[in-house]
Design a protein around this ligand. Structure first.
Ligand code: ZN
Length: 297
């Protein structure tokens, strides 16, 4: 299979001219490690013209899109490929209304599919940060009231965010997740998913981090108005303005999806050449999600 590389839209349009081109690409990703029948577990199959497969034992036919996040996409797999490409390579914010207009689909359809792509962008949590990490919390949404310090305004969404820094103090990776409050128990969720016990963690003086010191290597320093967490606060500023300009209203249920999308792109900004294949691979392996799982607003 001739894998697509890079971010050039003209080359992309040239490579994926028809739904059939896309189905062939999907079938490659889906069965590159071999076919296993979902009905009977048999591994022998016939490849059909439309790139689906027929099980040699029970004759069950499985399409290239079945059991993937492309399952039953109403507007055709080619448009879906383009939306994946845009979402994986853009450096700008991409709203559902913009995508709807560009691909002549309804805004609701665009929003639902974009949430599926975000689901595929979710971190596996398999590569916890081992090096130097800065962690802080922030809020998104609600009306700004000029309050200083940790906000307890319930309309705002509370988020905890970690950045891994390289030797020069630049951001290598970032993870963020919504939390219910700033307690140790809630903060620990981010640590357990993304931070290795070997990592050298720095936080500000918030007491919520103290109980985590038993398990993690945490140093607390005065924030000095953010001066001591400059790279982290630059990222937080970017997430906030990205969400503010794209999504006027982000539901509690979906906040993590937007954070996943932001972190996915940031964490792959050095690997853009292969980012499309990465997202297609994830779309194929992430279990299909039913509409009911989303709050579509
Ligand atoms: Zn079978």
């Amino acid at each position: 299979m001739d894998l697509f590389q890079g971010q050039n839209l003209l080359e992309f349009a040239d490579r994926f001219k028809t739904d059939e081109n896309c189905l062939e690409y999907l079938s490659y990703f889906k069965w590159k490690d071999g076919f296993i029948c979902v009905k009977c577990g048999h591994t022998g199959s016939q490849i059909r013209k439309d790139h689906s497969r027929t099980c040699n034992k029970c004759s069950h036919i499985e399409s290239a899109t079945a059991n993937t996040l492309f399952h039953k996409v109403k507007f055709g797999v080619r448009k879906a490929f383009f939306i994946c490409f845009e979402m994986a390579t853009t450096t700008k914010s991409l709203s559902a209304s913009y995508v709807a207009e560009r691909f002549t689909i309804t805004e609701k359809t665009a929003r639902l599919f974009m949430h599926k792509v975000r689901e595929a962008m979710k971190s596996s949590g398999k590569h916890p940060i081992k090096g130097k990490v800065h962690i802080d919390e922030f809020v998104i949404g609600g009306k700004e009231e000029g309050k200083v310090g940790r906000s307890y305004n319930s309309k705002k969404k509370k988020i905890v965010c970690a950045v891994e820094l390289n030797e020069e103090g630049k951001v290598k990776r970032m993870y963020a997740m919504g939390i219910n409050n700033y307690s140790s128990k809630e903060l620990k969720k981010l640590f357990d998913k993304h931070i290795s016990k070997e990592a050298k963690v720095t936080t500000d003086l918030w007491k919520g981090y103290r109980p985590l010191m038993d398990d993690y290597n945490i140093t607390q320093v005065e924030s000095e108005g953010g001066v001591n967490f400059k790279a982290l606060h630059t990222m937080i500023h970017q997430v906030k303005s990205w969400i503010r300009t794209t999504y006027s209203w982000v539901s509690e249920l979906n906040i993590n999806r937007y954070l996943d999308e932001f972190c996915y792109r940031l964490n792959r900004s050095q690997m853009k050449n292969n980012v499309f294949n990465n997202i297609i691979g994830r779309m194929v392996t992430t279990e299909k999600i039913y509409q009911s799982k989303f709050v579509c607003r």
